[in-house]
Design a protein around this ligand. Sequence first.
Ligand code: SF4
Length: 445
Amino acid sequence: MRTDTILKYAGERIPRYTSYPTAPHFTPDIGAVSFARWLGELDPAEPVSLYLHIPFCRTMCWYCGCHTKATRRLAPVEAYAEVLLKEIDTIANRTPGRLKVSHIHWGGGSPTYLPAPYFTALMDRLRHRFDVLDDAEVAVEVDPRIFSPEMAAAFGETGVNRASLGVQTFDEEVQRAVNRVQDRDCIEACVNLLRASGVTGINFDLLYGLPLQTVENCVASAETALEFAPDRFSVFGYAHVPHMKPHQKMIRDETLPGAAERLAQADAIAEALARGGHVQIGLDHFAYRTDPMAIALATGNLHRNFQGYTTDAATAIIGMGASAISWMPQGYIQNTTNNHEWERRVEAGDLPVARGYCLTPDDRLRRAIIERLMCHLDVDVDAIAAAAGTAFDMPDLSAFEHAGIISREGNRLAMNPGYRPLLRSVAAAFDAYLPTSTARHAVAV
Ligand code: SF4
């Protein structure tokens, strides 16, 4: 019954709601002028978060959905890092004073493809231009295949304290099918280097729904992963969108598990991680029961932003690098995704913005409802509307109620146990733009 109900919604194309409204609604009407004004209006008393995007990898994984480019040459990576130093200055010159920073996140692509001296230079520049708080979280996405002792030393010197490892699967056949071969020894060497350099927070990323994945090899991968005792896991379903990511055409449709199998894989991984002491967070994260993210869930302080679930409560995240998105109190800003244009505009002293979005009061209200639901699986819509000093017209949720997906008392609703995979579908009921959107998102399950 539960499986049938979930599979009814499985093929729907729904955003992941790492923002609301979602990126396809950003417009070129909001650009560098707005961003410069918004940076100038930041409150110097409030710590901000910083995000740096490195859009290079040594090789391309066929499943990749990120904004990145494969290159064997380090020259473009180094040239990019030189420009990123300038973008840090461009941003810092526009903020009111030396802003406090509570969180730095390096994503990509592969930040660890940067030569270690460039990573150190960029961290030094951040610490010079911003007041990075002593207890700031400094997190880096790590490709274990290219993680070197030199980079581990750079992590230790610059205060990196959290790393997310792209593990995905330990099954060799699946690894070959997605062009990402990394054996257990490779992961072990990387984890040992990280821990020896003082990185105390370790996250593993796992995937299901990849070609040749089965419930059995998903469970085996999760159990192997648990042997490394990571603090957190992100477990994503592979999103097959070859119309948007042409390299995904290397993955043949007929090798992909169907919706029922994907659901079974997701369930089996969740059960394996629960047996390992991990608490499920929102849609796709897991944290060991004593981890700050598990505590944030228990205390109602979990958040969701472009990096997914987070304990970071900053109201501003300033993004740097090609394609990076900034989350400002007034709205969203995205840098151009074209590396050459990004370099040209930063070199010219401009903010390299391509598009953005200015939030309306209705957007803020819907964003708060969707964030609460995506984080905590329940929401008191009247309480959120009252806090915003307004009223809210509830969408029609009767189909979800009748199918047993949600329970509802007045305008308080909660996901029913077992229906977490449909969280995005329920959140989508509060999305005012989705019915008219032409964007093609990944499938719901
Ligand atoms: S290493 Fe990560 S960002 Fe790079 S291609 Fe593979 S999945 Fe994409």
